[in-house]
Design a protein around this ligand. Sequence first.
Ligand SMILES: [Zn+2]
Length: 121
Amino acid sequence: MHETALTQNLINIACRALEGKGVTKVNSVTLCVGALSGVLYDAMEFAFDAMKQGTVLETADLDFEELPVTARCRDCAYEYNPVGFPYICPVCGGRYFEIIGGEEVYIKNIDCIGDDDVVTD
Ligand SMILES: [Zn+2]
């Protein structure tokens, strides 16, 4: 995972979402990060602190919310959050699955002053 490029991307998205909204101060940006995304929180926070300078996000903290892995059983289509390996369907015991969640990274919420909270997704 390239935290620098990813962080720049997220900052661009956040700044665009806040544009023209009369926001004077941003308290925090909450990111949803899939457990399989490979994002290193420390590296991302570091990149965010460096890149937010000079933007409307200058005063913002970065918060993380981890999203669990979601798998869908290939046999019965049941969707579940596997815990550890191997992934086994709790309904039919099937061992074949596809990953349908846990790899995503997106902004969940931007907490700011000057407007209602901005949700980008
Ligand atoms: Zn199943």
